[in-house]
Design a protein around this ligand. Structure first.
Ligand SMILES: *Cc1c(COP(=O)(O)O)cnc(C)c1O
Length: 444
């Protein structure tokens, strides 16, 4: 057994046992159960800035940040103030508020391909609705997705779907009707020949291609040069839509998302995570000509009692303003977080060389990720290659060694890491010191 058997996590273990009595598996989202690293999940009590404290009083520098949303860190004063002020005015009306227009305008200003936005309450709802829209708009039914890309848990997207599913070893979930899944065509990430062949066979039936512009639900895999451009060309040539799922990368890979980083313009963009400032929000967005298909402007039905919720809108507005607006000539908080991410990733690259632990390290914007490789010199470009080359046992040892040293990284190697503007140079130095020791422990 690992160090998880010590008393350091005693209260977390008690709470997990109690949770398992009343919640399936003790968690409300599977990756939280730590199946990817073994041991019992850590229960958190509070978070401030770059740090979280667990229920046993242990402190950690947090690189999970609620799986991405907390671009400004935990409990940022601007977000707290915005939510508190709105709370005193009312938490939900089921009627329009000015806040929705304000957040939509911020999104439109940040993401050049976006002309209109529809807010929903989660990333899952965003991708599910974007696909319904693509099908309504093109009057076609088939969709193309990539193996290892996760787009939320809607039936037609829960096919070959990345991290949570990978960790549990479920290629597909029971309960997804075979008929629904059969309209989802899958191909390996970065497989240009494969996706070209799918279009050759099914081109006239394909409503949309949906893709993560950084495959960050199977670790951290970047598109090879020309991959996303090929998707743009194939969809345009065949009358299908290109949906870039920026639920994770939006406002993180670059202010305008990974689509701006890579220079590829989609028809539709899915958003979530950061856009809600830590409260539940998602959105799908794109060209006005397409978005006008959505009810009540057009015939495609999609609705939500808490969609555009005022508290969540207020949090999202506060987060985006605070992260991306700065006086002329001054760096934004976002740019500061990008610089720290670069420092961390460069430090991890050096430690890989120094300790002789073979890693594949990636970072873009405020996101990073690394794989422990079974051998040096190999490169992971797809889920098939991740399965072949990644050393999962080493990551478990590394993860727990980092926890003991006060650093909380994702409890699965098939996930990305995140920084916030609250992570400072001391945090990075402490993290790299911990990494050196944890790499040696993992190599051991
Ligand atoms: C997290 C995520 C989703 C799902 O969002 P939820 O809010 O968890 O439903 C969809 N797509 C991507 C790329 C994600 O990372």
């Amino acid at each position: 057994m690992t160090t998880t058997t010590t008393d350091r996590y005693a209260r977390s273990k008690e709470l997990f046992a109690a949770a398992q009595e009343v919640i399936p598996g003790g968690v409300n989202s599977p990756v939280r159960a730590f199946r990817g690293v073994g041991g019992s999940p850590i229960f958190f009590a509070r978070g401030t800035g770059s740090h979280v404290e667990d229920v046993d009083g242990n402190n950690y520098i947090d690189y999970v940040l609620s799986w991405g949303p907390l671009l400004l860190g935990h409990s940022h004063p601007a977000v707290i103030q915005a939510v508190n002020e709105q709370l005193t005015r009312g938490s939900s009306f089921g009627a329009p508020t000015e806040l929705e227009t304000e957040l939509a305008k911020l999104v439109i200003n940040l993401i050049p391909s976006v002309e209109q936005v529809r807010f929903v309450s989660s990333g899952t709802e965003a991708t599910m609705s974007a696909l319904r829209l693509a099908r309504a708009y093109t009057k076609r039914e088939k969709i193309v997705k990539f193996v290892g890309c996760y787009h939320g848990h809607a039936d037609m997207l829960l096919v070959q779907a990345g991290s949570g599913v990978i960790t549990l070893g479920l290629p597909d979930s029971p309960g997804v009707p075979a008929a629904t899944a059969s309209d989802t065509l899958t191909v390996e990430y970065n497989d240009v020949a494969g996706v070209t062949e799918i279009f050759r066979q099914y081109g006239e039936q394909i409503a949309a291609v949906i893709v993560e512009p950084i495959a960050a639900n199977m670790g951290f895999v970047v598109p090879e040069p020309g991959f996303l451009q090929t998707l743009r060309e194939l969809t345009t040539a065949n009358g299908a839509l290109l949906i870039i799922d920026e639920v994770m990368t939006g406002f993180r890979a670059a202010p305008g998302g990974a689509q701006v980083h890579w220079g590829v313009e989609p028809d539709l963009t899915c958003l979530g995570k950061v856009i809600g400032g830590g409260l539940p929000v998602g959105a799908y967005a794109g060209k006005k000509a397409i978005m006008q298909t959505v009810a009540p402007a057009g015939p495609m039905y999609q609705a939500g009692t808490l969609s555009g919720n005022p508290l969540a809108m207020a949090a999202g507005i506060a987060m985006l303003r605070t992260a991306f607006e700065a006086p002329e000539g001054e760096t934004t908080l976002f740019e500061r977080a990008v610089a720290r991410t670069q420092n961390l990733a460069d430090g991890i690259r050096s430690l890989s060389e120094e300790t002789g632990v073979p890693l594949q390290v990636g970072n873009i914007g405020t996101m990073f990720g690394f794989y422990f490789l079974k051998e040096p010199g190999v490169k992971v470009r797809s889920y098939a290659e991740a399965k072949e080359y990644v050393d999962a046992a080493r990551y478990s040892k590394f993860f727990w060694a980092m926890c003991e040293r006060g650093v909380y990284m994702a409890p699965s190697q098939f996930e990305a890491g995140f920084l916030s503007s609250a992570h400072d140079s001391v945090d990075i130095a402490v993290t790299l010191t911990a990494c050196r020791e944890a790499f040696l422990a993992a190599r051991g």
